[in-house]
Design a protein around this ligand. Structure first.
Ligand SMILES: [Fe+2]
Length: 234
């Protein structure tokens, strides 16, 4: 795991499986995970890394958005999970979709969900235990986590998690575009101008020092904003 401070860490993303990183915030009363990951195997790896670091397991897992690589691990977590209401609805749709349809990948070379699960029957989707609307603050003792349901070019259900005491923002995939093809995966996807401007404004308003993007890791506020602003020129 990469440590950001004594209270914040994250597992590294794994591009070979397109697994995103999983964030960890340690409060003195309880701890939070940011994202449940892609599967039970992904959760197991995360928890074993926490064990090695002698960090307590999270009591609560915040889901960044509904995409399978961030949410299908819910079925294997300990403690409770929370997501915004939109994420809950999207996951309900996934639950009502035949499992073989969930197994459709974007291209042969980018067959990540097949690599993760081998057989569609192995997919187990669980809905979040709790939902929130727009904004929520979670008090963890010496530290708090602020959740924002934010407009983003990636999906309509992006949750940002901000730790004001450390000025660290977990952004999930919010700063990615819409990924529909293998080429999108390499270029960062298609960016809707209005939604990208809205995300830029939200990030400026929060004003973090560091931002952690789920598939690429840690970056500065300046780098994140200049990346998003470059997408306005495309
Ligand atoms: Fe995503």
């Amino acid at each position: 795991m990469e440590k950001v401070s004594s209270r914040i860490a994250f597992t590294l993303p794994d591009p070979s499986l397109d697994r995103p990183l999983i964030g960890y915030i340690r409060g003195d009363e309880f701890s939070i995970a940011f994202d449940a990951g892609a599967s039970g195997k992904h959760v197991e790896l995360f928890y074993s890394e926490l064990g090695r670091m002698k960090f307590p397991l999270p009591s609560l897992t915040v889901i960044s958005h509904h995409h399978w690589d961030h949410s299908y691990g819910i079925a294997a977590i300990c403690g409770l999970s929370i997501a915004n209401e939109k994420t809950y609805c999207h996951l309900q749709e996934d639950m009502n979709t035949p499992k073989e349809n969930l197994f459709l990948s974007i291209a042969d070379d980018y067959d990540y969900i097949r690599k993760e699960y081998l057989n569609p029957e192995n997919i187990a989707i669980k809905l979040p235990d709790l939902t929130y609307k727009e904004r929520m603050t979670i008090y963890m003792g010496d530290i708090k986590a602020e959740l924002y349901h934010t407009e983003s070019p990636h999906t309509d259900d992006s949750t940002l998690l901000y730790i004001p005491e450390e000025k660290v923002l977990f952004a999930g995939d919010a700063a990615s575009g819409v990924i529909e093809t293998a080429k999108d995966l390499e270029t960062g996807g298609k960016y809707n101008r209005e939604k990208t401007i809205s995300l830029i404004n939200t990030i400026k308003e929060i004003n973090p020092l560091l931002i952690i993007d789920s598939h690429s890791g840690i970056t500065s506020l300046e780098e994140e904003l200049s990346y998003l602003e470059s997408k306005l020129e495309d």
